[in-house]
Design a protein around this ligand. Structure first.
Ligand SMILES: N[C@@H](CCC(=O)N[C@@H](CS)C(=O)NCC(=O)O)C(=O)O
Length: 229
């Protein structure tokens, strides 16, 4: 059975939504990143990048949430747009935009607002500005149609769904009001039984909650590393 390595953070949530929507049987394997389990050699053999999510589908291993979404969509033929070069081009463009822009800038905006030591005013400004700019582009896209690919619910909407609830955490309370089309999509997807099932990820394992020194060392080792010369 497909193994799904997860915690309850935004990137694993996207994959959980696909798995629940598709009905593919899977076995969840919790990786407690605050306990440093992402650095265990057995997990590094699955994902050398020491992050969740990852999957092992028989002898096929895939890591990175966006790669997993594409792999599962192609494997099942589900949650893809119409089969045309134009739709494929749009799907790949938006998926890479989310993978290389929305996710990383959102992650850094969360980090500098909530976890980084010190004030870092320029880092915070840069990442919040860029995260907001990326989410603006997503909101504008969703202003043109019900879903990221018009009338068709695809893996792109799942990728947006994973991260969008963190917008207030990265851009400030009330920031969601600036993105009405994203809010509309979130409300629609949240009401789906698959989304409700995916959101139980956090309850399926007794994940460590405290962001104590050991957790900081596991997740943000650069804080404790020597300064660059
Ligand atoms: N590009 C990767 C990013 C994965 C990622 O950053 N995962 C976070 C959770 S959302 C994680 O594992 N953090 C633990 C750590 O950095 O030690 C993806 O989309 O899967």
């Amino acid at each position: 059975m497909l193994k799904f390595y997860y915690n309850a953070a935004p990137n694993p949530l996207k994959v959980a939504l696909f798995l629940e929507e598709s009905g593919l049987p899977y076995e969840g394997v919790a990786i407690d990143t605050k306990r440093g389990q992402q650095h265990d050699p057995a997990f590094l053999a699955i994902n050398p990048n020491a992050k969740v999510p990852a999957i092992a589908d028989g002898d096929v291993v895939v890591f990175d949430s966006n790669a997993i979404l594409l792999y599962l969509a192609e494997k099942t033929g589900m949650f893809l747009p119409e089969n045309s070069p134009a739709a494929r081009g749009a799907l790949l463009s938006w998926l890479m935009f989310i993978a290389s822009g929305v996710g990383p800038f959102s992650g850094q905006a969360v980090h500098f607002r909530n976890f980084a030591p010190g004030d870092n005013p320029y880092a915070r400004k840069r990442y919040e500005y860029e995260a907001r700019r990326h989410w603006r582009i997503i909101d504008d896209r969703l202003g043109q149609g019900r879903y990221m690919m018009g009338d068709t619910y695809t893996i792109l909407d799942m990728a947006v769904w994973g991260w969008a609830p963190r917008i207030p955490f990265m851009l400030g309370e009330g920031a969601m009001a600036d993105f009405p089309n994203i809010a509309r999509l979130m409300a629609e997807l949240d009401a789906r039984p698959a989304a409700q099932a995916a959101l139980t990820l956090k309850d399926r394992h007794a994940f460590k909650v405290e962001m104590d020194d050991a957790a900081m060392r596991s997740m943000y080792p650069q804080i404790f590393a020597p300064d660059p010369v």
